[in-house]
Ligand binder design. Sequence first.
Ligand SMILES: [Fe+2]
Ligand SMILES: [Fe+2]
Length: 284
Amino acid sequence: MRTPITITTLVENSVSIRGLLAEHGLAFHLQVGPTGLLFDTGQSGLFRDNAQKLRLSLADIEAIVLSHGHNDHTGGLAVARAAAPQARLLLHPDALPPKFAGNPDGTGRFIGMDEANAEAVRDAEQAAVWTTKPTEVMDGIFVTGEIPRRNSFEDTGGRFFLDAACTRPDPLLDDQALYFDTADGLVVLLGCGHAGVVNTLEYIQQITGGRPIWALLGGLHLLAATPERMDKTIAAFRRLDIQRLAPAHCTGLPALAQLWSAFSDRWASYAVGTSLVFRNTRNP
Ligand SMILES: [Fe+2]
Ligand SMILES: [Fe+2]
């Protein structure tokens, strides 16, 4: 019998279970036998409160992976480090420097890792793994590291900068995805998808020898996507024949409506408290 991988949404923008709470952000918990993995930490310590209510132990988390440096994914990092001090921390080096979003009036607002969480990264010292290349996180579970931007129709999805004056665009090279293989195909988890969801999926296929994509979970950041980008994204999902779609968090309502129209029969739940179970091909 193979050990299944259970993915539980601890933080997402929506919730449908009484007693749990939502916030703008994302945190997924993966359970593989006795060990856990945290992919992103939401914007606060809410992930811990939801985990407690779900009776999900954080003490056995072996690794914390950050999809990128934005504070709706890294805001709970210090809490996560305190809950699982033994856990390794995997992140791209560009997640740490300050990050800003451009306001309509031209000013910038800080959306990077706040000081307490940046301090938690520095405190991690030897436990920190800087992921610029594909890296195995736990047995059979990988993080992509930096994702090549090959499709001209995709961009980071918004006005993101490295300075408060909004003069230096942030290419968000820190954006990375988590993936693992199953008997049915790959399961891919995105944080915000700033590298572009199609760039991400095609890169993962490339580095896994062309395995099919079985499931896609996480934020696709298509809030400001052009009609051309939406058409090409939907065409790519059809071509890749993705069987389960959970477009969460920052995907955006217009994009969700179009994705629902195209793939309602392949939709998977992703609100806070949802658990999805996948067969794992690697762990005996
Ligand atoms: Fe986000
Ligand atoms: Fe983001």
